[in-house]
Design a protein around this ligand. Structure first.
Ligand SMILES: C[S@@+](CC[C@H](N)C(=O)[O-])C[C@H]1O[C@@H](n2cnc3c(N)ncnc32)[C@H](O)[C@@H]1O
Length: 211
């Protein structure tokens, strides 16, 4: 038991299914070390499960077997959570900060995740190539700046799955020019988590295809 950590919500078992033990192990490690490593803020423990771990877990059904890049993984949100839930998907976690890269590598090892590669890079680094099937990101930047660094990582027909807050419609308005420039199609906003997490923690995903 960790002081101040949100008790595990019932939805954790529903979302993680057979991967619940790994989900617990990751959440416990993040609760133990996240603040001292600068991965989460000092006020996050009472909402660590709901706001961070389950929020990330909601995206798992949107992924298809293939290669997914998570840009700006930081603490492993959503990248490590998704790698736990989707062993059928190969994940590349893209993160420029050394300390965060070390954390992601250590967690992948401790959780026994063989479907994770961690790359120390910024998304715009050309060594990352353009062959991913899907790209995720959470809390990295507004769509206007996020699309130009994530869309080039995708193969033709690949998909952006960008986690966003309630302001996503405004972000889309400000990103119209880059949506055209990067030839995004099938643009939609998905609302995830209704009836599963508290209304305040329902999440939105900007999803779009690259031609
Ligand atoms: C606010 S943190 C969010 C981390 C995590 N995704 C989460 O939801 O908790 C933003 C992360 O994006 C990383 N980042 C910022 N710009 C980036 C870029 N151009 N390419 C890759 N990562 C980036 C930062 O180093 C940081 O770890």
């Amino acid at each position: 038991m960790i002081d101040g950590l949100e008790p595990e919500p019932a939805a954790a078992a529903e979302l993680f299914g057979p991967h619940l033990e790994q989900g617990r192990a990751f959440t416990t490690a993040l609760a133990r070390h996240g603040e001292e490593l600068g991965l989460i803020g000092p006020l996050e423990l009472p909402r660590l499960w709901t706001r961070h771990v389950l929020n990330s877990a909601l995206v798992a059904p949107l992924l298809r077997p293939g290669r997914v890049g998570d840009v700006g993984s930081g603490a492993g949100l959503p990248g490590l959570v998704l790698a736990i839930m989707r062993p059928d998907v190969e994940f590349t976690l893209i993160e420029p900060m050394e300390r965060r890269v070390a954390w992601l590598e250590r967690q992948a090892e401790e959780l026994g995740l063989t479907n994770v590669t961690v790359v120390r890079a910024r998304a715009e680094d050309s060594k990352l190539g353009d062959s991913l099937d899907q790209v995720t990101a959470r809390a990295v930047s507004a769509l206007r700046t996020l699309i130009p660094v994530t869309a080039p990582l995708l193969r033709a027909g690949g998909e952006l799955v960008l986690m966003k807050g309630a302001g996503v419609d405004g972000e889309i308005g400000s990103a119209e020019k880059v949506i055209r420039k990067y030839k995004l199609s099938d643009v939609e906003v998905l609302v995830l988590g209704e009836g599963i997490v508290p209304d305040s923690e329902v999440t939105r995903v900007f999803r779009a295809k690259v031609d």
